[in-house]
Ligand binder design. Structure first.
Ligand code: SF4
Ligand code: SF4
Length: 149
């Protein structure tokens, strides 16, 4: 089944087909970065320290099919789990934005028709990450990145 025209504007997250759900991902790669969560405030900070399976150029998982075997803590985002995870998702993430009742940004590939537009807009992690095996966890705070709001 193909996606419905501009489905993201009319179809609630929980009513989307698997294909529509997948199409929401802009391919930015930011959910595959390690985060620091402030235990007191609950604030979440993204770092440039990437999961060991993230490909820094494609911004895709290098072993998507078997990732759960290699990275057990990897989160599978779904219409059922978005509510639990939205708070730590990147601020530009389409799942988070739609869950918040907001619109997709104009650089989103669903609007541009071009998967490269997320990279051209400077929103993705392409060329910005360091692998987690190169940085000790107690140094992650030196790698915090600022997100566009
Ligand atoms: S942050 Fe959201 S849009 Fe970006 S790769 Fe992850 S799931 Fe896709
Ligand atoms: S295992 Fe793959 S999908 Fe999961 S966080 Fe790592 S790179 Fe991302």
């Amino acid at each position: 089944m193909s996606t419905r025209p501009r489905f993201w504007e009319t179809v609630p997250l929980k009513k989307m087909t698997p294909e529509e759900w997948e199409a929401l991902c802009d391919g930015c790669g930011k959910c595959c970065l390690n985060k620091i969560e402030d235990a007191d405030t609950g604030e979440v900070f993204l770092t440039r320290v990437a999961c060991r399976l993230l490909d820094d150029q494609s911004c895709q998982c290098g072993q998507y099919q078997i990732r759960k075997n290699l990275v057990p803590e990897c989160i599978q985002l779904s219409p059922e789990t978005i509510e639990t995870h939205a708070y730590w998702m990147p601020v530009t993430c389409a799942y988070r934005l739609l869950w918040q009742g907001r619109e997709l940004p104009d650089w989103h590939p669903l609007l541009t028709g071009d998967p490269e537009s997320v990279h051209a807009a400077g929103v993705s992690v392409r060329g910005r990450t360091v692998p987690e095996f190169e940085v000790d966890e107690d140094e992650w705070e030196d790698y915090i990145i600022e997100e566009p709001s």
